[in-house]
Ligand binder design. Sequence first.
Ligand code: B12
Length: 432
Amino acid sequence: MGRLGALFFLLGGLGALAQVCEITEVDSELVERLGQRLLPWMDRLSLEHLNPSVYVGLRLSSLQAGAKEAHYLHSLKLSYQQSLLRSASGNDNSDSEAKPSMGQLALYLLALRANCEFVGGRKGDRLVSQLKRFLEDEKGAIGHNHKGHPRTSYYQYSLGVLALCLHQKRVHDSVVGKLLYAVEHEEHLRQAHLSVDSVAMAGLAFSCLELSNLNPSQRDRISLALGRVREKILKAQTPEGHFGNVYSTPLALQLLMTSHTPTVELGAACLKAKAALLASLQHKTFRNPLMISQLLPVLNRKSYVDLISPDCQAPRVMLEPAMGTSSQTQVPEVIHVTLKVSSILPPYVQSISVPAGSSLEDVLKKARDHGRFMYGTQASLSGPYLTSVMGKKAEGREFWQLLRAPNTPLLQGLADYRPRDGETIELRLVSW
Ligand code: B12
């Protein structure tokens, strides 16, 4: 057999072995280092900073944070229940205080399931009714003819359906129907760069519904939609192996792992994606706690669908805080970043000097404190979200997009992206 023949033989063999989407064991040190990055975030216990996704990610991982983890759930319960129930009862005078959104309420319900709890009692029932109401409102916003859009997004809609399903709460066929329609006519989910995340979240919701059989009259449509989701995700694989981009790959893998229909294509695609993810872990691509929280379950071969019947007794390794690295005494090098805003009149262009390693948020702060630049942000589970620039607020379905000139959308937000010397960053008001 020639060399080429041997290669085909080997690849064929691998393909034949790898049929379902299996994530084989990952170097435990690598996983631990990833988990350690979550620990400092778990000390931030205000409503603005509490992140139910972090709790879910940790509980579905091979790691634990002992008492810190229990305290975190306790703080989540206090803050979320208080603020959600207050807004439900109409006794809410705290307009200035952000209330958890539909998706955040859904993630909170996931966190309860991750601790093997079912929502129950009077307070629990009110949370369930609130989430059902949110979904009904969103269904209304999409409209009978499916021409409208949810006020939040199909991603949050899917999270809502998933959360109720995990708690064995049935939603009306017409609510599931809107999500089915969106996947069947996928242009509704095609929101530029983020279609893979949204499709994967819809798939996780369908996968839960399929297993729980809560909407039996839609069984066949759900199975077909799941097939479409898988197909779409597989088609979105990049030559490096990511599904969509590096940050949508964890959710995509969570979804693919729920598939029990083995195909050679599926197994091979997952092997490639795992290799790509491992390579990015070496490069510390995953620093954002939300992103880490979506990845950790995958590295432990789990998905959100496992929250149907979570294993709360599974042994998990205790996380120890990372050793501090020696502080640098050298004066850091200064870099120059050009900040550009063309969506306003007159356009803004300014070169800003910051220490090397600064985040884009540091650049914006410097431009504001030492010039005429203005911007506003809003806290989110992914970090600070840019909401306004030079007094111009993104409204409705607009957002301030972050780009590296000339035209490359950034894959990270203000707090995480670190510009290089000489780079031009554009802030552009666009519709999604
Ligand atoms: C929907 C969505 C959007 C919508 C949000 C509007 C809306 N009404 O929903 C739009 C299209 C506007 C958007 C924009 C961006 N997004 Co986006 N988005 C998502 C998505 C699919 C779901 C977010 C969500 O609803 N989460 C659930 C709710 C409960 O959590 P939440 O915190 O309350 O949700 C809010 C925030 O997530 C915020 N938001 C959305 N995207 C981003 C990105 C960042 C960095 C921040 C800080 C906040 C933020 O909008 C949500 C609604 O208010 C995620 C996918 C994922 N895997 O998480 C990507 C995702 C979070 N987005 C991402 C990115 C990169 C961006 C942009 C920075 C792209 C760009 N180059 O401009 C911008 C944000 C720029 C800014 N102004 O700060 C990445 C983040 C990767 C990372 N390293 O952290 C993700 C993971 C997608 C991906 N695979 O690349 N996004």
